[in-house]
Design a protein around this ligand. Structure first.
Ligand SMILES: Nc1ncnc2c1ncn2[C@@H]1O[C@H](COP(=O)(O)OP(=O)(O)OP(=O)(O)O)[C@@H](O)[C@H]1O
Ligand SMILES: [Mg+2]
Length: 448
């Protein structure tokens, strides 16, 4: 006789149960029913595929939390199946077929090393150490090709939940799936309840907790809300280069600092395809010229020996855009970097020297027309989201904080202010005819 779990999934919970793949991210508003869905997904899998040696773990950031939220659900849903046993002291639930589900806290995840898992739930991974996944749980799934579900509510972008959300978006193998269910879509919470929560919280907290916004936790961020919008409109995705369009680059050239480069294509419609992002520090211009050459190599071709991480992408270059200070002569050589770059085959056009606030404004107007490749632009996107205002002690904003996020943001600002579509239109056809190794863009024509 088939076992029946006393659980009637809500429609979106059902969609998750039916469509999830081996690795899955379930991003939902508070009180959606994530934990209930996750526990039932484990129980169902245990009954379908389990046997004496089948093992699963439900992990919360702390053991006390796992016990407080999931133990009752296990008892309620698995307890209805005749023959289920509960080892209360170990927080293990043994199903009638012998399959075991164990509740754990990741605060001492190291204790779990050495075991294997057929199935795993990480509930609220935004509050877990990243290594818990990469070093402890992921290897435990390897023997038996176990599944993993990450379910939670966003909490900014610097954590495991955001990492796996990005990874699932960039996945091309079909291993990963992901679901995003904000309160405005699910309708699971009454309108009056949401309105009351909204009054009690500030807008960004509300967007985080109920609208699944990764941006909300970042106060003072310039672009995070726009990137959230890009995410929800499906503009952070997998993008292949369009072979008919040249690839432009926009640079923030660091002296002692990092150098950042965006690689993008401008469609005739005005949309830009952000294909790639590269950042490094402590390297001379020759290094970046090699990076450009490497990415110009045919797609799938091997990397040059000294740059093992680099794969050819078949880029054919158009404009190269740099900030104004590239014209400054360097003390040592008496040459400007504009001249040094030209000697390496990169002819830059110089972005106009607008006030910073105007540049940020132009970038804000540009982002709604950007599409990003989730995989190759991951670091740049992360930096753009986190780029934010600096506050004085008395609370007034002073301008952008200069930190690891500035390079990606500055390079994009130069793209937004310095790109010249009139020139791009003319470069498409000849660009295709050039060899992949020729990096000459159009010259700036000596603009001031
Ligand atoms: N399919 C369902 N049928 C009936 N009630 C449900 C169902 N799914 C969830 N619930 C109820 O909704 C409430 C929230 O469920 P759950 O704890 O799973 O939500 P959550 O998304 O994990 O919340 P939190 O954000 O607080 O962790 C609980 O009272 C639970 O019993
Ligand atoms: Mg929960």
């Amino acid at each position: 006789m088939p076992c029946v779990i006393p659980y009637t999934p809500r429609p979106l919970q059902r969609r998750f149960h039916e469509q999830r793949t081996r690795f899955c991210v379930l991003l939902c508003h508070r009180r959606f029913g994530k934990t209930v869905a996750a526990v039932n997904d484990l129980i169902r899998e245990a009954l379908r595929r389990g046997g004496e040696d089948w093992r699963a773990a439900y992990a919360a950031p702390f053991l006390g939390q796992a016990k407080a939220v999931a133990w009752d659900y296990c008892r309620r849903f698995a307890g209805a199946l005749p023959g289920t046993r509960f080892l209360e002291s170990e927080l293990v639930c043994i199903l009638p077929n012998g399959a075991r589900i164990r509740l754990v806290g990741t605060e001492n995840a190291d204790a779990l090393r050495g075991l294997y898992l057929d199935d795993l739930v990480l509930d609220e991974p935004a509050d877990m150490e990243r290594q818990v996944w990469s070093q402890v749980f992921r290897p435990m799934l390897a023997d038996r090709q176990g599944r993993a579900l990450f379910c939670g509510t966003p909490r900014g972008t610097d954590n495991l939940l955001y990492d796996v959300w990005q990874e699932s978006g960039a996945d091309t193998s079909g291993l990963w799936s992901r679901f995003r269910f904000p309160a405005s879509v699910t309708g699971y919470l009454p309108g009056a309840e949401l309105a009351a929560a909204r009054r009690a919280m500030d807008e960004s907290e509300y967007r985080q907790e109920f609208e699944c916004s990764f941006a909300a936790a970042l106060r003072g961020s310039y672009y995070a809300a726009l990137l959230d919008q890009a995410e929800s409109e499906g503009r952070i995705t997998r993008l292949a280069p369009d072979p008919a369009l040249p690839v432009h680059t926009a640079w923030d050239l660091g002296m002692d600092d990092a150098t950042a480069i965006w690689f993008f294509q401008a469609e005739p419609s005005g949309a830009w395809r952000m294909l790639d992002y590269y950042e490094s520090g402590g390297e001379g211009l020759a290094h970046y010229a090699r990076i450009l050459r490497g990415k110009a190599a045919p797609a799938g071709s091997g990397a040059p020996g000294d740059l093992p991480f680099l794969a050819g992408r078949g880029f054919v270059y158009g404009q190269h855009i740099a900030p104004r200070d590239i014209r400054v002569r360097e003390l040592g050589t008496g040459q400007s970097r504009l001249e040094s770059a030209a000697a390496l085959g990169i002819r830059f056009s110089v972005a106009p020297g607008l006030p910073l606030a105007d540049g940020i404004d132009a970038t804000r107007r540009r982002i709604p027309r950007l599409w990003f490749d989730a995989e190759h632009c991951a670091r740049g996107i992360r930096a753009l989201r986190a780029y934010r205002r600096q506050w004085r002690r008395h609370g007034e904003a002073t301008g952008p904080l200069h930190d690891w996020t500035s390079h990606a943001a500055d390079a994009l600002r130069y793209a937004a202010t310095g790109f010249r579509p009139d020139m791009a239109a003319g470069t498409a056809a000849p660009a295709r005819a050039r060899t992949g190794y020729d990096m000459f863009g159009e010259d700036s024509g000596g603009r001031p």
